[in-house]
Design a protein around this ligand. Structure first.
Ligand code: AMP
Ligand code: TRP
Length: 325
C-alpha cells in the first residue's frame, strides 16, 4: 500500500497531532511505501509570521524524526519544494464545483472565525491537499478525524478526473486511529486540542516536565470524584482517560479499576508521571537534532529529490490525459 500524510509547520506539535496522526505513521513506515510531507503552503493560508516559517519547518522536521520517523524507511520533504503540488491543485480546481469547496466544515469554521483571512486560498485549501495525496497515488491517508471530510472530497475529485479524462488516480481512504482520532483541549474538553488554543489547553510533545505536570494538574474536570469514562457528563476526565490509555497501552477499563476509590488528584499525578516519562525520549532526541541543521537539510533535500520523481511522473500522465503539453 502507498501512504501519504502531512502536517502544517505552524508551531509546536501537540499530543493530539501525535496520537491522531504521527503515532500511526511510525507504525506504517515499517510495512508500506510512505511519503510524509511538511505542508508549508497550507501553513500560510491564515495569518503567520514569514520570519518564523523556516524555523517552524526545521522544528517540524525535528518533531517527525524525534517521534520516530526514519528517513531510510519513508520519504520526508517540504511541499513547496516540489512544484507539481501547486500545479496539480490548479488543474483539479478546474473540475471541482465551487459548492463542494464551500461546504467544507473547516472552510466554514475558519472563514467565520477569521473573516479577514477568508481568502480564495482558504477556500481552495482542499484542492492543494487533494493534489498532495493524488500525486503520490496514495491508498491510505492517516489523519485525525477533522481531516476525514477533506479526504472524502479528494476521492470525489479523483473519481471525477478519472471519469472525465481517463484513469490516472487511485481513490484514497482516510485511515483514522481506533482511539485518539480527536483529542480534546485540556481547558475546554468539548473542543479539540489545537495549536491555536491557549498553551494551557495542549501538551506539546517537547514540553518540559514541570510544564506537563502543571497543565495536567490544572486540566478542567468536573465536581465529581470518580475516575470514570462518561463523555456526556465527564468530558474532561474521559479525555484524560483516553490520553492515559494511549500512552500507557492499558485499556480504559483497567485504568478505571486502578483508580477506583482514588480521587482526581492521584489520577492526575499518575498521568503526569506517565507523560513526562513517555515524552522524555522525544525531548532527548530533539536536543541532539537541534545541533545538526546540516543533517536535517540533507534529509529534506534527499526527500525532495525522491518525491519529485514520483510527482513528475504523475504530472506527465495528468497533462497527457488533459491534452496539455
Ligand atoms: P494540523 O496541525 O492541523 O496540521 O494537523 C496535523 C494532523 O494532526 C492531522 O492529521 C490532524 O487530523 C491531526 N490532529 C490535529 N489535532 C488533533 C486532535 N486534537 N486530535 C487528534 N488528531 C489531531
Ligand atoms: N490539511 C491537513 C491538516 O490541516 C494537512 C494536510 C495537507 C494533509 N495536505 C495533506 C494531511 C495531505 C494529509 C494528506 O491537518
Amino acid at each position: 500500500m502507498k501512504v501519504f500524510s502531512g502536517i502544517r509547520p505552524s508551531g509546536e506539535l501537540h499530543i493530539g497531532n501525535y496520537l491522531g496522526a504521527i503515532k500511526q505513521w511510525v507504525e506504517l513506515q515499517e510495512k508500506h511505501e510512505c511519503v510524509f510531507c511538511i505542508v508549508d503552503f497550507h501553513a500560510i493560508i491564515t495569518a503567520y509570521k514569514p520570519e518564523e516559517l523556516q524555523k517552524n519547518i526545521l522544528e517540524l522536521t525535528i518533531a517527525y524524526l524525534a517521534a520516530g520517523l526514519d528517513p531510510e524507511k519513508c520519504i520526508l520533504f517540504v511541499q513547496s519544494e516540489v512544484k507539481e503540488h501547486s500545479e496539480l491543485a490548479w488543474l483539479l480546481g478546474t473540475i471541482t464545483p465551487l459548492g463542494d469547496l464551500k461546504r467544507m466544515i473547516q472552510f466554514k469554521e475558519k472563514s467565520k472565525k477569521y473573516p479577514e483571512h477568508a481568502s480564495a486560498g482558504l477556500l481552495n485549501y482542499p484542492l492543494l491537499m487533494a493534489a498532495d495525496i493524488l500525486l503520490y497515488k496514495a491508498d491510505l491517508v492517516p489523519v485525525g478525524k477533522d481531516q476525514k471530510q477533506h479526504i472524502e472530497l479528494t476521492r470525489e475529485i479523483a473519481k471525477r478526473f478519472n471519469k472525465t479524462f481517463g484513469d490516472v488516480f487511485i481513490l484514497p481512504k482516510a485511515l483514522l486511529p481506533e482511539a485518539g482520532q480527536k483529542i480534546m483541549s485540556l481547558q475546554e474538553p468539548k473542543k479539540k486540542m489545537s495549536k491555536t488554543d491557549s498553551p494551557a489547553g495542549y501538551i506539546g510533545i517537547f514540553d518540559e516536565p514541570e510544564k506537563i505536570k502543571e497543565k495536567i494538574m490544572t486540566a478542567v474536570t468536573d465536581s465529581g470524584k470518580v475516575v470514570k469514562y462518561d463523555l456526556e457528563r465527564k468530558p474532561g476526565i474521559s479525555n484524560l482517560l483516553t490520553i492515559y490509555s494511549l500512552f500507557s497501552g492499558k485499556t480504559i477499563k483497567i485504568l478505571e479499576k486502578k483508580f477506583n476509590g482514588k480521587g482526581y488528584y492521584e489520577f492526575k499525578m499518575g498521568m503526569a508521571l506517565l507523560l513526562i516519562e513517555s515524552l522524555e525520549k522525544f525531548r532527548k532526541k530533539r536536543k541532539e537534532l537541534l545541533a545538526r541543521e546540516v543533517y536535517l537539510r540533507e534529509i529534506l533535500s534527499r526527500g525532495k529529490n525522491r518525491a519529485q520523481v514520483i510527482a513528475q511522473s504523475t504530472m506527465r500522465e495528468v497533462k497527457n490525459k488533459m491534452g496539455l503539453i
